[in-house]
Design a protein around this ligand. Sequence first.
Ligand SMILES: [Zn+2]
Length: 217
Amino acid sequence: MVKRSEPLRGSINKRDAWVWRGNESGMFSTASCRTWMSMGRIQTSSKSISWLKWVPPNVLCFIWKLDLGRIPVARNLIVRGVQDIPISCSLCAREPEDIDHLFIRCPTAEEIWRRVSWWANINLYQAKSVGDLMLIQQNNRLTKMQLKSTTLIIYTTIWLLWKNRNSWIFEKRRFSVINMLEKIKTQAFVWVKNRGAKVIVDWEKWSSCPLNAITSL
Ligand SMILES: [Zn+2]
């Protein structure tokens, strides 16, 4: 996908560069990434990432990297050779900060998933790993629109758990569980309202019954 180009033979001033091979221009874009993946040229661990257009591209790319296990949680940074950082979770200090701890097992994450599950009336809090959450794509008991709505809610929750972690590490500010839940509801609503094509979503219905709140035009 991305490779280090061959240095020009005989030149001592030319430097290596990273080149995106997903399109002819060599410039990375989410669309070219999506096309590349649909061609089966990127293997993800679960092969279940949904490139839902309701979700902004930067968030989708974060989810993709998360699925590949390549986001900068403490354990990954230390494996890459970053030194002098604590490995323990900055939010709870109970376990090393790896992906499944931060997004699943951390008490903050557990409580958020429990409350999101109550709100959306779908069981997301028994997932044992991020990979389990991604398997929602294979849930054939949901309608197509309910599946998209659930994916939106999962991706939004993951994104805001990450933002909450960064806010605590870099600004020493963290959000309450109630505040987080409101942010998840609002952020997901704003995304689908602004980015959803040919859909109708009503805030009152979204607040109380999100999986049935989005309808096609
Ligand atoms: Zn924790």
